[in-house]
Ligand binder design. Structure first.
Ligand SMILES: Nc1nc2c(c(=O)[nH]1)N[C@H]1C(S)=C(S)[C@@H](COP(=O)(O)OP(=O)(O)OC[C@H]3O[C@@H](n4cnc5c(=O)[nH]c(N)nc54)[C@H](O)[C@@H]3O)O[C@H]1N2
Ligand SMILES: Nc1nc2c(c(=O)[nH]1)N[C@H]1C(S)=C(S)[C@@H](COP(=O)(O)OP(=O)(O)OC[C@H]3O[C@@H](n4cnc5c(=O)[nH]c(N)nc54)[C@H](O)[C@@H]3O)O[C@H]1N2
Ligand code: SF4
Ligand SMILES: [Mo]
Length: 719
C-alpha cells in the first residue's frame, strides 16, 4: 500500500450490486470506504456492508497460512507441504475407491472472484469426479433450468429492466435487503423510487411484508410454496380474457397453445384457498400487468427455493413472454456484457444440460454437471461403490447454508479426508484436515465476470489490487491451479500437453485471460496491438468503469435452442404439472406453521458476522410470528422459543409482528456460530441459530433437486 494519502477505486465484491467504492488510504492503513460518485454504474451508492471489506482485510481471525488439523488442534504448515499432502490424499483415495470417491462443493463467493471462476475448472478436470456440488442448488438453479429449456442456454438469464419498466411484479425477492439478485442494480432503492416517480407501479408477492413490500404500491401476501399456482391463475386470466399479446415473440416461439391448455383449469377461484390470494386480487393483477405500457415479473430466492421452484421460475418467464414483455424495453431483457459468457460458453459447446445422470443414493437429476447439494450427506453416509470419502470445499459454508446442516456436519466428520479453500476456520472448514487460505478481496484485482451478465445496464470495470499481498500468500486461482497440477502429478497424468497448458495459464493468470476475453468480446479491440475497442488496458484507463449502454432486444439471435426458437412449454415443465395438480391444496391443511427465511442488509449469507461493525446492535436472528399465531400458541414477544422440524430444533428469541402472514414464521439464514472449534471470535459472541438446522434435506423440488426451503413445516413452543 502507498504510504502517502491516496484513493483506491474498485468494485465491492460482497453482493451482486457491483457498487463502485473509493477507499481512502494513508500510511498503509485504510482510512475510509465511501461510494464512488463517479462510478459509471453505481453513482455513489453503497450499503453498510462496504466498510466490512476493511474488517475482513484486517480481521485477526482471517487465516493467512495453511492449517493442518492435529487432533482437536491446528498447526500452520508451508504451502508446498499443504499442496503435496492434499494432492496425495485425494489421489490415493481416488486410486483406491474410484474417481467418484472425491466430491467438490463450491460456494457463493466463487462467482464474486474472477480468478476462481476462470481456474476452478482446472481442479475439477484434474479430479475428474461427477460428484460436484455448489450453492446453485440452494439458489438460482430453477431459473437457470428455465433459461436452458426455454432459451437454449443456462446463462441466458432475463433481467428485469427496472430503469424503464412501468410495472414491476416482484415474487420472492427483497431487493431492499439483498440489493438485488439476478438483477445487478446498484442503488436499487433509488431505482425503485424512480420507477414510481415516473408513474410506474410495484407489486410485491411475499409471505412477509418486507422492506420492499413496504415501499411498493401493493403487497400481496402468499402462502409459502404456492407461487406456481398463483402464476398459473394469472395466466389463466390472461387467456380467458383474451389479453395474450406475445407480439413479435410469436414469430420465433413454440408452445403457446400448449400453455393455454395447461393453464385452463387454474382459474383464480381454484387456487385462492391454496395460495391465500383472493381470486379478485389475482384477476386485478393480471389486468394491471397486461394493460401496463410495459411490465415485468421478477422472481428470486423465495420462488426458486420451493417445492415447485422450477415450475414457478418457468411461469415467470411465460408471463413475461405472453404479454410481449420478454426481450423488450421495460420488460425482462438480456445483457450484452464486455465478456459475454453466454457467447463464450456457446463457442465451447457448453450451453448447459439437465438430467443427463442421476445421483447415486436418491436419484436426483444432475444440472450443469452438478448434483443437488441436498443429497451430499447421504452420498457420504451410504456405503457402496462410488461412496463419497473425501471432499474439497472452496468458498463455501454448507454446514450453515444448505438444508439440514446438522446432518451434513455429522457426515463431514466421517470423511477420510477433507480440504477447504477458505479464509476462515468456520462451521464447515473445522471439519477439514487441511485449510488452504487464499488472499482476501483487497489483495487481488477484481472483474465481475458473472454479475455484468446479470446487470440492468451494460457496463465494464476492472479494479486493480489495493495492496501487494505477503510473499507467502496465495490467490484462489493460484491454489486451484497448483492443486490441479499436483493432482495430475500424483495421478500420473501430467502429460506434456497438461504441463504446457498449466504453465501457460499460470503465466497468463487471470489478468492475461481477462485481456484476451475482453479483446475477443463484443466490444473488444481484437488481438491486434492497435485499433479501437476494449482491452484490459482501456479498462485500466477508466477506473470508474465504462458505460456500454442500456440493454437492447436481441432475440431470436441469441437463442441457443437447436430450433433457434423459444420454447414456451418445455417437456420437463409440462410433465411436472401433474405433480403440482396432485399437491394442490395439501400445503395448508395440516395446521403446522410454515417456516421461511429472510436477509438483512448488514449480513451476507453465513460469513460476514465476524465484523463487529456489522453485528453490533440488537439481536437480528429472531423468529418472526404473527400476533394471532402467538396468541394461539400462548407465546409472547421477546421470549425464547424452541422451533422444531423433522430435521432438528433450535432456540431463538420470538419477535411478534403483523408483518408476517398468519401461519408463517420467519428466521434469517447464515447464523448458528455457536459450534465449537471455529476461529471466529466476533461471530461466536453473536452466534444466533442456524435456519438450516431446521430446513429439511428431503424437501426438494422433485423436478430439479433444488432445496425447498420455503414453507418447511415447524412447531414452535416455549423454551
Ligand atoms: N435456508 C436458507 N439457506 C440458504 C439460503 C436461503 O435463502 N435460505 N440462501 C442460499 C444462497 S442464495 C446461497 S448463495 C448459499 C450460500 O452458500 P455458501 O456459499 O455455501 O455459503 P456462504 O455463507 O456464502 O459461505 C462462503 C464461504 O466462503 C468463504 N469465503 C469468503 N470469501 C472467500 C474468497 O474470496 N475465497 C475463498 N476461497 N473463500 C471465501 C467464507 O469464509 C465462507 O466459508 O446459501 C444458501 N442457503
Ligand atoms: N444483505 C444481504 N444481501 C444479500 C445476501 C445476504 O445474505 N444478505 N445474499 C446474496 C445472495 S447469495 C442472494 S442469492 C441474493 C438473494 O436475493 P433475494 O432473492 O432478494 O433474497 P431474500 O431477501 O432472501 O428474498 C427472498 C424473499 O422471498 C420471500 N419468500 C419466502 N418464501 C416465499 C414463497 O414461497 N413465495 C414468495 N413469493 N416469496 C417467498 C421471503 O419472505 C423473502 O422476502 O441476495 C444477495 N444479497
Ligand atoms: S450493495 Fe453490495 S456491492 Fe454495494 S456496497 Fe453493499 S455489499 Fe457492496
Ligand atoms: Mo445466493
Amino acid at each position: 500500500m502507498d504510504p502517502r494519502r491516496s484513493t483506491h477505486l474498485r468494485t465491492c465484491n460482497l453482493c451482486e450490486a457491483m457498487c463502485g467504492i473509493a477507499i481512502e488510504v494513508e500510511g498503509g492503513r485504510i482510512r475510509s470506504i465511501r461510494g464512488d460518485i463517479d462510478d459509471a454504474f453505481s453513482r455513489g451508492h453503497i450499503c453498510p456492508k462496504a466498510v466490512a471489506l476493511q474488517d475482513i482485510h484486517e480481521d485477526p481471525d482471517r487465516l493467512k497460512r495453511p492449517l493442518r488439523r492435529r487432533g482437536s488442534d491446528w498447526e500452520e504448515i508451508g504451502w508446498g507441504q499443504a499442496f503435496g499432502e492434499s494432492a496425495e490424499r485425494l489421489a490415493a483415495i481416488q486410486k483406491a475407491h474410484g474417481r467418484q470417491a472425491v466430491a467438490v462443493y463450491q460456494g457463493n463467493p466463487t462467482v464474486h472472484n474472477h480468478g476462481s471462476v476462470l481456474f476452478g475448472q482446472l481442479l475439477l478436470r484434474s479430479l475428474g469426479t461427477r460428484n460436484l456440488y455448489s450453492a446453485t442448488s440452494v439458489d438460482q438453479l430453477p431459473q437457470m433450468l428455465a433459461s436452458l429449456l426455454m432459451f437454449g442456454h443456462q446463462l441466458l438469464l432475463p433481467v428485469p429492466d427496472i430503469d424503464r419498466t412501468r410495472f414491476l411484479l416482484i415474487l420472492g425477492a427483497n431487493p431492499l435487503a439483498s440489493n438485488g439478485s439476478l438483477m445487478t442494480a446498484p442503488g436499487v432503492e433509488r431505482r425503485l423510487r424512480e420507477l414510481r416517480e415516473r408513474g410506474g407501479r410495484i407489486v410485491v408477492v411475499d409471505p412477509r411484508r418486507t422492506e420492499t413490500a413496504a415501499m411498493a404500491d401493493r403487497h400481496v401476501p402468499i402462502r409459502p410454496g404456492t407461487d406456481a399456482l398463483f402464476l398459473l391463475a394469472l395466466l389463466q386470466t390472461l387467456f380467458a380474457e383474451d389479453r395474450v399479446r406475445p407480439g413479435r415473440l410469436a414469430n420465433f416461439s413454440d408452445g403457446l397453445a400448449e400453455v393455454a391448455r395447461l393453464v385452463g383449469s387454474f382459474a383464480p377461484e381454484a387456487v385462492a384457498d391454496a395460495t391465500a390470494v383472493p381470486a379478485e386480487m389475482i384477476r386485478t393483477l393480471a389486468r394491471e400487468f397486461a394493460e401496463a405500457p410495459s411490465a415485468v415479473a421478477y422472481g428470486r430466492v423465495g420462488v426458486s427455493t420451493q417445492e415447485f421452484g422450477g415450475l414457478a421460475s418457468w411461469l415467470v418467464n411465460v408471463l413475461n413472454a405472453v404479454t410481449g414483455n420478454l426481450d423488450r424495453v421495460g420488460g425482462a431483457m438480456f445483457t450484452r456484457p464486455a465478456i459475454d459468457l453466454v457467447a463464450f460458453a456457446t463457442r465451447l459447446g457448453q450451453r448447459g444440460h439437465f438430467d443427463k445422470g442421476r445421483s447415486r443414493v436418491r436419484a436426483l437429476p444432475e444440472f450443469g454437471g452438478e448434483y443437488p447439494i441436498a443429497t451430499l450427506a447421504e452420498e457420504i453416509e451410504t456405503p457402496g461403490r462410488d461412496q463419497v470419502r473425501a471432499l474439497v470445499t472452496s468458498a463455501g459454508n454448507p454446514v450453515l447454508s444448505t438444508p439440514n446442516g446438522g446432518r451434513l456436519e455429522k457426515a463431514l466428520a466421517q470423511l477420510e479426508f477433507m480440504v477447504s479453500i477458505d479464509i476462515y476456520l468456520n462451521e464447515t472448514t473445522r471439519h477439514a484436515h487441511l485449510i488452504l487460505p487464499p488472499t482476501a478481496a483487497l489483495e487481488h484485482d477484481h472483474y465481475d465476470l458473472v454479475f455484468h451478465v446479470l446487470a440492468v445496464r451494460n457496463t465494464a470495470k476492472y479494479s486493480p489490487p489495493l495492496c501487494v499481498p505477503a510473499d507467502d500468500a496465495r490467490h484462489d486461482w493460484q491454489i486451484l491451479l497448483e492443486l490441479a497440477r499436483r493432482l495430475d502429478v500424483a495421478k500420473g497424468r501430467n502429460t506434456l500437453g497438461r504441463r504446457l497448458m498449466s504453465a501457460a495459464l499460470g503465466a497468463m493468470g487471470p489478468r492475461g485471460l481477462l485481456d484476451l476475453l475482453l479483446r475477443t468480446g463484443p466490444y473488444g479491440k481484437g488481438l491486434r496491438p492497435f485499433g479501437r475497442g476494449l482491452s484490459l488496458r482501456s479498462l485500466e484507463h477508466a477506473p470508474h468503469g465504462i458505460d456500454l449502454g442500456p440493454l437492447a432486444p436481441c432475440l431470436p439471435d441469441r437463442l441457443g435452442t437447436p430450433s433457434k426458437r423459444m420454447d414456451l412449454a418445455p417437456g420437463p415443465f409440462v410433465q411436472d404439472m401433474g405433480r403440482l395438480r396432485d399437491g394442490l391444496g395439501g400445503a395448508e391443511s395440516d395446521g403446522r406453521l410454515r417456516l421461511i427465511g429472510r436477509r438483512d442488509l448488514r449480513s451476507n449469507n453465513s460469513w460476514m458476522h465476524n465484523s463487529e461493525r456489522l453485528v453490533k446492535g440488537r439481536d437480528r436472528c429472531t423468529l418472526l410470528m404473527h400476533p394471532g399465531d402467538a396468541a394461539r400458541h400462548g407465546l409472547r414477544d421477546g421470549q425464547t422459543v424452541n422451533v422444531r422440524s423433522r430435521a432438528g430444533s433450535v432456540a431463538v428469541a420470538l419477535q411478534v409482528t403483523a408483518d408476517v402472514m398468519p401461519g408463517v414464521v420467519c428466521l434469517p439464514h447464515g447464523w448458528g456460530h455457536g459450534r465449537d472449534g471455529t476461529r471466529l471470535r466476533v461471530a461466536r459472541a453473536h452466534a444466533g441459530a442456524s435456519l438450516n438446522d431446521l430446513t429439511d434435506e428431503l424437501r426438494v423440488d422433485a423436478l430439479c433437486g433444488t432445496a425447498a426451503f420455503s414453507g418447511t413445516p415447524v412447531e414452535v413452543s416455549p423454551a
